[in-house]
Design a protein around this ligand. Structure first.
Ligand SMILES: Cc1ncc(C[n+]2csc(CCOP(=O)(O)OP(=O)(O)O)c2C)c(N)n1
Ligand SMILES: [Mg+2]
Length: 372
């Protein structure tokens, strides 16, 4: 018997606007109207400002650990821009730019990283789930949400975001397999920022692309330059059409780079070369968009200066709002896990200010006396 091919496949890589200002007129035509370009660029600049301020807030003890989004703004923004406002955005923790575009108030993100869970109480009308820090869990949630929408006969789809490292989690494989086999309208959007904390993606994925992990489950896959807002929009257009019209999931690998540390608890200088960081700084999504806008005569130095000031004011106001929200009740940590608080937990709550936490109900009265 001759040897035949069981599978031959290929994954397209999409790039429209590169770091040198080259623009593919054929692919890019009509994708993003000029009037939106300025708004998108301004939005990325404001998010970058938030990132820089959030870093300083952590360093000065005004906020807990924070994961910078710097360098990855075009990925979630391109996706949010193309989705309908009623499509689910099911994120992890580096999608600020897309979430703010959707309408999430900036102070919500700050509140979350300041340790106040109420930052995760998101207006239902925004169709965003809370930030998911446990790696990979949100992909299953997105698959369930999209399945529910399909079941109800609605046109709503879900887009879930995750990192390269998350594709090594079992949850990823379960979610993609489930979505592929049941025709669930969910977009799997991988932000391949090259690193999972200190582990480079080359070590945890031996395949030449992360995207081909989707091929294994029979899902259409695309790879794009994730620092190119146009390329992200192009892939999203395809994926949205496939999900909304045909209930087919799609996998997008957006190749980008984490310009900052993993979080403020990390120091990336200990494990990666400065030359690599410098190379990716030259591919910054904001710079290339500014170059494009200037080429189109939609931007100039005066507008840039005005925007810088506006970004500072906007972010300062968000910080003020976040810092002046009344602190939650300490007892809240006991109140939101169970629908009906179990007796033991209630006892812990009621005796937490005493010397015998969770043990001595007679101390409840003394606690009340003390706090009065
Ligand atoms: C289930 C789980 N395991 C481990 C961690 C610790 N952890 C936090 S971030 C991270 C790396 C994630 O890398 P990646 O998916 O590439 O996302 P990135 O941070 O690069 O955006 C790990 C292992 C976690 N939060 N959850
Ligand atoms: Mg990563």
């Amino acid at each position: 018997m001759p040897i035949t091919k069981a599978l031959e496949t290929q994954i397209d890589h999409i790039s429209i606007l590169d770091e040198h200002g080259n623009f593919d007129e054929e692919l890019g035509a009509g994708l993003i109207p000029d009037e939106d370009l300025v708004k998108l660029y301004e939005h990325m600049m404001i998010c970058r400002q938030l990132d820089e301020v959030a870093f300083k807030l952590q360093r000065s003890g005004r906020m807990g650990t924070y994961p910078q989004n710097m360098g990855q703004e075009a990925t979630s923004l391109g996706a949010a821009y193309m989705l309908d406002p009623a499509d689910w955005m099911v994120t992890c923790y580096r999608e600020n730019c897309g979430l703010f575009w959707r309408g999430l108030p900036m102070e919500k993100i700050l509140q979350h990283w300041m340790g106040d869970e109420r930052g995760n109480q998101i207006e239902r009308s925004l169709y965003c789930t809370p930030i998911a820090v446990p790696i990979g869990t949100q992909m299953l949630h997105a698959t369930g949400l999209a399945w529910g929408a399909k079941y109800r006969g609605e046109k709503q789809i879900a887009c879930t975001f995750f990192g390269d490292g998350a594709t090594s989690e079992g949850d990823f494989h379960e979610a993609v397999n489930f979505a592929a086999n049941l025709d669930i309208p969910v977009i799997f959007f991988c932000q391949n920022n090259q690193w999972a904390i200190s582990v480079p993606s080359s070590i945890q994925c031996s395949a030449p692309t992360v995207a081909q992990r989707g091929v294994a489950y029979g899902v259409d896959c695309l790879q794009c330059d994730g620092n190119d807002l146009y390329a992200v929009a192009w892939c999203m257009k395809k994926a949205i059409e496939s999900a909304r019209e045909h209930h087919r999931p799609m996998f997008i690998e957006a190749v980008t780079y984490r310009l900052g540390d993993h979080t403020t608890a990390d120091d990336a200088r200990r494990y990666r070369d400065e030359e690599e960081v410098e190379l990716w700084k030259s591919r910054d999504p904001l710079n290339r968009m500014r170059t494009r806008l200037m080429g189109l005569k939609l931007w100039d130095e005066a507008r840039e200066a005005e925007l810088k000031e506006r970004a500072e004011r906007t972010v300062a106001a968000a910080v003020e709002r976040a810092e002046t929200i009344e602190a939650p009740e300490l007892s809240d940590i006991f109140n939101w896990t169970f629908a009906e608080v179990p007796e033991q937990i209630a006892l812990q709550r009621d005796t937490m200010r005493t010397s015998s936490i969770g043990q001595d109900p007679s101390q409840i009265a003394s606690e009340q006396t003390t706090s009065a």
